[in-house]
Design a protein around this ligand. Structure first.
Ligand SMILES: NC(=O)c1ccc[n+]([C@@H]2O[C@H](COP(=O)([O-])OP(=O)(O)OC[C@H]3O[C@@H](n4cnc5c(N)ncnc54)[C@H](OP(=O)(O)O)[C@@H]3O)[C@@H](O)[C@H]2O)c1
Length: 325
């Protein structure tokens, strides 16, 4: 079977990295790109050697050589862009967060299932070597019963109201952009939380700039997450069990090593890679498609909805609502 032809929707910052990553994926092919402007589509296509360029997402959806679309637009566009491509029978890899909220995420999952096509939220961390090592160690029961996941992700950015990070119209805020990585680590290790609450502060542009979330996973298992747009944080994670712990160094969403601490001592395991780390998720998606899967077992759709619901609960406590919600 031929490898899938990829279309890129929204040729911005992450879509550039995606194209760099694609050069290292066996059989990786971006066949078309769509932007709101033909100049930006042309610039991306020329830079990365993409044959077809459009200034209309409808044309990308109608392109018969596009098997799967990478949706890399701002968060507020994820639902509408994804639904358009799913309705056209395309598979979709959509950037994180899957959507602004769980209601949107559910509609996207329903549409993918109704159309019998693949959908995955692009949580690239899970496909990196260090995360594979993490799952391996947990599977081997190396730290006993896992009781606590703590993770933070934050940096200090200047306030720029037009930047999507600070723009409520585009789904800005620390929680959805950065906090999702600590939250997905909690759900990945501890499953769905029974309840979640959040505390934080809202900045002058109306989005959360600092957030602390507590996830109660039941049976004495807790998650503690932090994220910030105006405050540097260590960007590390620690998974604690009854017999030891695992530490992910900065940055916890793309660590190049991890440390296993047990009563026998500490051991640091190498998780480095070459090229852009997005390549591992692309390879995973291509493997899923080759196997005829419509969903990833590593980043399942039900979990994406659960993550969105957890983010909703925390965000509701913060008092942040996006236009139209
Ligand atoms: N996996 C990761 O590590 C990672 C890293 C960064 C971002 N992301 C995710 O990727 C998505 C895009 O992030 P980014 O940093 O690449 O964003 P970006 O560069 O600001 O925007 C991406 C593209 O979306 C289009 N766009 C921008 N503003 C828009 C608007 N108001 N309405 C419609 N389209 C608009 C633009 O394309 P045109 O102007 O050409 O139409 C732009 O190039 C976000 O959801 C983010 O969470 C993931």
């Amino acid at each position: 079977m031929n490898t899938p032809g990829w279309g890129v929707a929204g040729p911005g910052r992450i879509a550039g990295r995606f194209a760099e990553a694609m050069t290292m994926v066996p059989g990786g092919r971006i066949v078309a790109v769509a932007s709101r402007s033909i100049e930006r589509a042309d610039a991306y296509a020329d830079r990365f050697g993409v044959a077809r360029r459009y200034d209309d997402f409808g044309h990308l959806a109608a392109d018969a050589d596009v098997d799967i679309v990478y949706v890399a637009t701002p968060h507020n566009r994820h639902e509408s862009d994804t639904l358009r491509f799913l309705a056209a029978g395309k598979h979709v890899l959509v950037e994180k967060p899957i959507a602004l909220n769980a209601a949107q995420a559910r509609r996207m999952v329903d549409a993918a299932r109704a159309n019998g096509v693949f959908l995955m939220e692009a949580v690239w961390s899970r496909f990196l070597p260090a995360y594979s090592l993490l799952y391996e160690l947990l599977g081997q029961d190396r730290i006993g019963e896992v009781r606590m996941v703590e993770a933070d992700f934050g940096f200090r950015r200047p306030v720029e109201p037009s930047n999507r990070l600070f723009n409520a119209e585009l789904g800005g805020g620390a929680l959805l952009d950065l906090g999702i990585y600590p939250v997905q680590l909690c759900t990945s290790v501890l499953g769905v939380p029974e309840r979640s609450s959040g505390f934080g502060s809202i900045g002058e542009t109306g989005v959360d700039e600092l957030v602390v979330g507590v996830l109660d996973h039941g049976a004495g298992r807790m998650g503690l997450i932090k994220a910030a747009l105006r405050l540097p944080m260590p960007c590390t994670a620690r998974i604690s069990g009854t017999e030891g712990s695992i530490e992910l160094p900065a940055r916890m969403h793309c660590p190049e090593a991890l440390t296993l601490n047990t009563p026998e001592g500490s051991e640091t395991l190498d998780g480095r890679w070459n090229g852009d780390g997005l390549r591992f998720e692309i390879e995973h998606v291509q493997d899923c498609l080759a196997e005829g899967r419509t969903e990833s077992a590593v980043m399942p759709l039900a979990e994406s909805v659960d993550i969105a619901a957890t983010l909703d609960a925390i965000r509701s406590d913060l008092g942040v609502a996006y236009p139209g919600e």
